[in-house]
Write a protein that binds this ligand. Structure first.
Ligand code: MTE
Length: 319
């Protein structure tokens, strides 16, 4: 696969007129709450009906007032299993069947097994965490996730002492995932990601099951996805079916594809540019035709909580 034959366009191409026209068209078609409008769309497209979730509000959140609209969160996506453009996931992800769903947890644990999605909703404490979400393509959103701390799930499986990393895998189901039937992206399925054990156990790392108080739409990674708010968005792997504890650093999809551009750590870092564009600022999704740009913060604004994890590491080298 050639270096230039990959799907993420440079940031200059991201603010296309058609994106805005699409958004305006959507706005014109909804009355009342955008959320209500979308729940209707979900059923029409065959996605599982969005369900209300019971959750506690987490003090780890940024103010809800900053949250991106539901329509932007669900219309502007990266999910290559459903195509390579930002609008493909909303168009094609409705085909994915997410019921029943379970996540296998194995590798270096004393009680390997699986957890059903329903158990994630009922046997764990769900929290609403409003998190900044920064994509490596230099745009950002603020998403009101509902999820459980990843650590609370992993502990149930009794982690062995020699486990040093956590590896994640997305579903492979080409019959329902159009992007897995096409050649365009160059990705070898399944999409895979990984975290170091201390990153995975950090209280900010969550397994998200919902957005805006309801289960999430398929294009956002239903029914369960990772969210690690101090890292670039591609670490936040969607529609997870397997979590494996390992001794060796696991592979990650974008690192396999273009290692020079995408490292294992992928911490948001305004001082380390992507080889083809700056990471010093970000375009705020949903901020209108003349998009607002803001300065990117180290670790996406979560430095107080996570900088210690990387003490003594050269973050230019370990990108
Ligand atoms: N997970 C899977 N399985 N497949 C993907 O293509 N894209 C990643 C990440 N998780 C991706 C994925 C990228 S590049 C980003 S920026 C985020 O999901 C986008 O999440 P969002 O669409 O909910 O904003």
């Amino acid at each position: 696969m050639s270096l230039y034959n990959y799907p993420i366009p440079p940031s200059s191409e991201l603010t296309s007129e058609s994106t805005f026209l699409d958004r305006r068209k959507f706005l014109a078609g909804t009355t009342g709450l955008a959320l209500a409008g979308f729940a209707g769309t979900a059923e029409a497209k065959g996605q599982a009906k969005l369900r209300e979730l019971n959750f506690e509000k987490s003090p780890m959140s940024v103010p809800m007032a900053e949250a991106t609209s539901f329509k932007d969160i669900t219309q502007y996506n990266n999910f290559y299993e459903f195509g390579t453009s930002k609008t493909d996931p909303a168009r094609h992800a409705g085909k994915l069947t997410t019921v029943p769903w379970s996540v296998k947890v194995d590798g270096l644990v004393n009680n390997p097994g699986q957890v059903d999605f329903e158990d994630l909703l009922t046997k764990f404490t769900l929290e609403e965490r409003v998190y900044r979400f920064r994509c490596v393509e230099a745009w950002s959103m603020v998403v009101p996730w509902v999820g459980i701390p990843l650590a609370s799930l992993l502990k149930k499986f009794d982690i062995q002492g020699n486990a040093k990393y956590v590896a994640f895998e997305t579903l492979v189901r080409p019959s329902e995932m159009i992007g897995q039937r096409a050649r365009g992206s160059g990705i070898k399925w399944p999409y895979v990601e990984g975290l170091r054990m201390d990153e995975a156990m950090h209280p900010l790392s969550i397994l998200a099951v919902g957005i805006y108080g309801k289960t999430m739409m398929n294009q956002n990674g239903a029914p369960v996805r990772l969210v690690v708010p101090w890292k670039y968005g591609f670490k936040s792997i969607k529609s997870i079916v397997r979590i494996r504890l390992t001794e060796k650093q696991p592979s990650s999809t974008w690192n396999i594809l273009i290692p020079r551009e995408y490292g294992f750590y992928s911490n948001v870092n305004p001082k380390r540019d992507h080889p083809r564009w700056s990471q010093a600022s970000e375009r705020v999704i949903g901020s209108g035709l003349f998009a607002r740009r803001i300065k990117t913060q180290m670790f996406n604004g979560y430095a107080d909580q996570v900088a210690d994890l990387y003490k003594g590491m050269d973050l230019q080298k370990f990108y």
